[in-house]
Ligand binder design. Structure first.
Ligand SMILES: Cc1cc2nc3c(=O)[nH]c(=O)nc-3n(C[C@H](O)[C@H](O)[C@H](O)COP(=O)(O)O)c2cc1C
Length: 158
């Protein structure tokens, strides 16, 4: 089984969770490739208009059996880089997708829920099936437990 982990991460929080997930998946015997989204010319974190964002590369999804998509919350929304990815990606129709966000506040209703809901909609609009959603409340004392649970749940699902 080949799993693609599409990640947007500016300051490294989301990437650190993606790396733990990749490790857990490879321990289960799966091939897990992290595909980090990068913005052409460098990222301006205040840019919300996806028309003004160009991704260096839209990863080719054809070779993956299952997908994981993850990014940070930005202003109570999915990050513009993740929104740009869903706007441009092809070949995810019919694929199973697990997704998660990280955000600063300790409670998921401060952006986490709205962002993951938006990602879910964008994913379904591309014809993919959303099999799991998760939120890591980075500012919460439960963060480590949330990460462990998320890694286990996604690994078990694949
Ligand atoms: C422009 C901007 C907007 C943000 N908006 C929110 C928000 O609405 N809610 C929240 O909880 N965190 C918000 N954050 C914090 C990030 O979501 C959080 O630090 C995340 O874990 C960063 O992930 P990364 O290190 O993978 O980039 C925002 C950060 C930035 C830079």
């Amino acid at each position: 089984m080949k799993i693609g982990i599409v990640v947007h991460s500016f300051s490294g929080n989301t990437m650190s969770v993606a790396e733990r997930l990749a490790q857990s998946l490879s321990e289960k015997g799966y091939e897990a490739d992290i595909l980090r989204l990068q913005v052409t010319g460098g990222e301006n974190r205040n840019q919300r208009d996806i028309g003004k964002i160009a991704l260096q590369l839209i990863p080719d999804m054809k070779g993956f059996d299952n997908l994981i998509v993850a990014g940070p919350v930005r202003g109570f929304q999915a990050s513009p880089v993740i929104r740009k990815f869903f706007d441009e990606v092809n070949d995810i129709e019919g694929k199973n997708v697990a997704m998660f966000v990280t955000h600063a506040f300790p409670y998921s209703f401060f952006g986490g829920k709205s962002a993951i809901g938006q990602m879910e909609r964008m994913c379904r609009e591309k014809g993919a099936k959303v099999g799991f959603t998760g939120i890591i409340d980075w500012g919460s004392g439960k963060r480590e437990k949330q990460i462990e649970t998320l890694v286990k749940n996604i690994t078990d699902l694949m």
